[in-house]
Design a protein around this ligand. Sequence first.
Ligand SMILES: [Fe+2]
Length: 224
Amino acid sequence: MTGHDLTTVAAARWATAHDEPKATPATVPRPFHVEGSPTLAYGANMADGVDGTPLYVTGLVRDLSGRPVAAAVLDVWQADADGLYDSQVVGDEVRLRGKYTSRADGTFCVQTIAPLGYSIPMDGPVGELISRTDISHYRPAHVYFLITSPGQHSLTTHLFARGAAYLYSDVLFGTRSELVVDFDRRPPGPTPGGGTSDVPWLSAHYDFVLQPRTDRPQPTDEGR
Ligand SMILES: [Fe+2]
């Protein structure tokens, strides 16, 4: 393990201290993010062929004044039902990630599977440090979003399932109460995006609020 985890912890703390009021809290940078994910249609399944409980995340992208943001790109990625990211399982193959675009009314619909929490690597300096404390080294289940739109600052954040294990002992301090959402269990039948599910599925809803660009110098994620 490199200093990546240390910078992740530092950046998470930076974000906690520097969020603008009202905007969706930024959290960690982009662990396990891969460039070039495929572009997917509204409601398309980014978990095609991966076992797990179907999860639909719907919501709105809007700006600080409440206006819907159309054509925002939501680059979404997550771990699978075993807590593993695609780069840990299949190398360069695309798995459990995709880019969705908000519609004219700002709405989006992501179809995926429920993620699972996981342990951060415990074989490096951060692991050694944490093993000497009573902090849990497990992260609660989450789905990452990198949201970009001209005129708005890009937002990297993640959503957590209410009731997930380790939610409030998160080792990377990324869990913010504003980012905890209900994963409501629904019976087989119609799903968001116009499809149907033969099995029970989960529904989550979240509105992302972006900060408009200003002339003020902003930090970037470059090099983290
Ligand atoms: Fe993660």
